[in-house]
Design a protein around this ligand. Sequence first.
Ligand code: GLA
Length: 338
Amino acid sequence: MKNMVTKITVLLCALLCFTANAKKFENLALTPQMGWNSWNNFDCDVNEDMIKEMADAMVATGMRDAGYQYINIDDCWHGERDENGFIQESKEHFPSGMKALADYVHSKGLKLGIYSDAGTKTCAGRAGSRGYEYQDALTYARWGIDYLKYDWCATENVNPIGAYTLMRDALYSAGRPILFSICEWGDNKPWEWAKDIGHSWRTTGDIYPCWSCEKKQGSWSSWGVLPILDMQDKLRKYAGPGHWNDMDMMEVGNEGLSFEESRAHFSFWCLLAAPLIAGNDPREMSPEITALMTDPEAIAINQDPLGKQGYRYYRDPNREIWVRPLDDGDWAVILHNP
Ligand code: GLA
């Protein structure tokens, strides 16, 4: 009996120690992450040929060399879970398998990201990770995934801190460094609790390709660039190296914004130390948009190692001044006529 109690105690200790040691992977986003994501332009229409073409385009356009590192497949890559509960990619859209795709993306000097959800279903109704967190994390690690965007649909009665911590721990124990991008739209103020859980957290609902609109989507709204900027008020103190306020994937270059609006949108994302995740089609970028998105000075401001988010310093009805302190003592400034 005594022997058994000792065994149980050792086992419990092992479990507790294991959990206590789990943490987020450090040093993955000392400056805001840069990459591309499929959702803004392609919605559910994702497949392996298109992702390979994106990788090729990111090399050909100079985006990779400008710092864009991640190619992120958003919602809808999923197939069914197998009989043991392991998630599989859609065989129709990813017939060579996610591992082969990751190998291809890696061979181009880029990294591959994927999407899941803390609830039972993703926002587009695919299988969520709830109850499968450790299995899913293990699968992503085996595939060679480098980035996980983790959404918040179908999470009735789920505690956000618990759910995101659980996936953080699952990723950590799977052993492959995976950047953890929290996407719960700012509903539960993740800036107050997610610093040690994820590398970034969405601060708002979804972006929409317009300058100042609110696009009603039934029970929720998506937002143009200006309303998203207004929603960042008072959040800058929570951002810093390794943990960023995420203002959502960019609409730069997408239909709905003029070139000037795209340029202002990109400038603001740089000044606000936002993750720079392109949401356009790099295979078909105009030379102006390519030059804008690969502008070395703007990117250097976004990637400034001091990691201080910029802010609105002055506002009157005709103009605004936004500033950001930089590592070398300089300040980046945007003069904006709203
Ligand atoms: C949510 C997210 C979006 C996108 C979609 C996919 O709306 O906020 O960024 O990932 O789900 O269904």
